[in-house]
Write a protein that binds this ligand. Structure first.
Ligand code: ZN
Ligand code: ZN
Ligand code: ZN
Length: 152
């Protein structure tokens, strides 16, 4: 689904919520705020960062935001194809809007994250496919290594 790619004339947040509703999903104030935060960020974020970002607005409306609510919602958005997650380190997951999904190069020394486009992995992916019949997914886990500064 290319909802997140969005049309210029429609609010992408409302488009996603409409699709969610169509599938029998719940549309709540918290969910709307989380989506808004996702679309307004330029890069990826973790679930706790999202909770932090919407927390104040949610609480000012007399509501509470639970991490389980955020994770459940992110799962639903992932099923809809709106977001995708990847692991940058030991279990740490970050979420990106699907149309801008990319690979992550993570420095094991300083933790710096570099985002890289898919074509970087194209020739590697095709030789792995040819040799093992295995289709790699360069998005799900980050590539670990050393950044330019730490490599010395
Ligand atoms: Zn990212
Ligand atoms: Zn995963
Ligand atoms: Zn580094």
């Amino acid at each position: 689904m290319s909802i997140a790619r969005a049309t210029a004339e429609a609010d992408p947040v409302e488009l996603v919520l409409a699709e969610l509703r169509r599938r029998g999903g719940r549309v709540t104030t918290t969910r709307r705020l989380v989506l808004r935060a996702l679309f307004e960020r330029s890069g990826h974020c973790t679930a706790p960062e999202l909770a932090e970002e919407v927390g104040q607005q949610v609480r000012s409306q007399g509501l509470d935001v639970h991490m389980s609510t955020i994770y459940r919602f992110l799962d639903e958005l992932e099923e809809l194809g709106v977001v995708s997650h990847s692991h940058l380190g030991h279990g740490r997951a970050v979420y990106d809007l699907s149309p801008v999904a990319h690979s992550h190069l993570v420095c094991e020394m300083c933790g710096a994250v570099t985002e890289s486009p898919d074509e970087l992995f194209a020739s590697f992916a095709s030789s792995v496919k040819a040799r093992y019949g295995f289709s790699i997914d360069p998005h799900h886990f980050a590539m670990a290594g050393r950044c330019r500064n730490c490599a010395g």
